[in-house]
Design a protein around this ligand. Structure first.
Ligand SMILES: [Zn+2]
Ligand SMILES: [Zn+2]
Length: 265
C-alpha cells in the first residue's frame, strides 16, 4: 500500500516537474529572446544597467530548486486527494479564476510587505538577487518564500474544494496566466504603450516597469498584478507614470535609484 502510494506520488511529481521544465524553458527562453535579441526589446528596455556578477547562474539554480519543490508539493497533494474538484462548468471556472486572482492579490501584497521587514527579509533575499530583473527572476525564490506562496494558494483552495465547488480548470487557468505575466513582469521590457497609466486599465494593472522599479529601489510597488493595494497603502512610486513612458519610448532609466521627472530629453 505504502509502496503503491509512494510510486504514485513519484510519478505525479515527475509528470509535474517535466511539464514545468518544458514550459519554463520555452517561456523563459522566448522572453530572453524578446528582451535581448529583438529590436522591440532593445528599444523598450526599462533599466539600461548591467546584471550583477553571477546573477543569472544564482537565479537559475534557485529556479531549478523551486520547480522541484513545486512538483513535490503538487504531486503530494494530488496523491493525497486534497483537491476535490467540481465537475466542469465554464461559469464555475470563471468564478474560481476571479476568486483566486483577488485572493492572491491580497495574500501576495501582505506577505510581500511582511517579507520586506527586517525579521523576515531572509525569506525574500533570493528574489532580490536581481536589482535589474530578467526572465529567470520569475523563478528565483527561496524555498521558504515559495512555501508561503503555495500555502496561500493550496492551503486555502484545496480545503475549500471540499466545501464549495472549486474548478480545476479555473485554478490551472489562473496559474498559467500568472506564470506568463510573472515572466513578462521580470523581462525588463515595457510592452505597453507610452502614457499607459492615463488609461483606466493602465491605472488598474501593473506593468513590467512597475515591478522593475520594485527590484531597483527595493521599497514600494509591492503589488502582484494590480495597483490597488499600493495606492490604498501609499506604497506606489509617484514617478511611475514618467518611468513607464520613458521605457516605452526608448529612454530607459540608467541607474537603479534614478527618479523619472517627465522632463528628460
Ligand atoms: Zn520584494
Ligand atoms: Zn520580482
Amino acid at each position: 500500500m505504502l509502496i503503491t502510494t509512494l510510486s504514485g506520488f513519484a510519478f505525479a511529481a515527475g509528470v509535474v516537474l517535466t511539464i514545468a521544465l518544458i514550459r519554463s524553458i520555452l517561456v523563459i527562453g522566448f522572453a530572453f529572446w524578446v528582451s535581448l535579441g529583438t529590436r522591440f526589446g532593445k528599444e523598450r528596455r526599462i533599466y539600461h544597467v548591467a546584471y550583477r556578477d553571477k546573477q543569472l547562474m544564482q537565479e537559475a539554480k534557485a529556479g531549478l530548486l523551486v520547480l522541484l519543490f513545486d512538483a513535490t508539493v503538487i504531486g503530494a497533494s494530488s496523491q493525497l486527494g486534497w483537491l476535490n474538484p467540481a465537475p466542469f462548468h465554464w461559469l464555475n471556472a470563471l468564478v474560481t479564476f476571479v476568486a483566486v486572482f483577488c485572493w492572491i492579490e491580497i495574500w501576495f501584497y501582505v506577505t510581500h510587505r511582511l517579507m520586506h521587514t527586517k525579521p523576515l527579509y531572509w525569506l525574500h533575499r533570493q528574489h532580490h538577487t536581481a536589482v535589474i530583473t530578467n526572465p529567470l527572476t520569475s523563478l528565483s525564490f527561496s524555498l521558504g518564500e515559495r512555501a508561503v506562496l503555495l500555502f496561500g494558494v493550496l492551503g486555502v483552495f484545496l480545503p475549500l474544494s471540499n466545501v464549495v465547488p472549486v474548478s480545476q480548470v479555473g485554478l490551472i487557468g489562473y496559474f498559467s496566466i500568472n506564470y506568463i505575466l510573472n515572466v513578462a513582469g521580470h523581462s525588463n521590457v515595457e510592452f505597453f504603450p507610452p502614457n499607459w497609466d492615463r488609461r483606466w486599465l493602465g491605472r488598474a494593472l501593473i506593468t513590467p516597469t512597475y515591478h522593475s522599479m520594485h527590484h531597483a529601489r527595493y521599497r514600494g510597488h509591492y503589488g502582484l498584478f494590480t495597483q490597488f493595494l499600493d495606492r490604498w497603502f501609499g506604497t506606489r512610486f509617484e514617478d511611475y507614470e514618467h518611468a513607464q513612458t520613458r521605457a516605452a519610448t526608448g529612454k530607459p532609466l540608467t541607474r537603479p535609484g534614478e527618479r523619472a521627472t517627465g522632463h528628460e530629453a
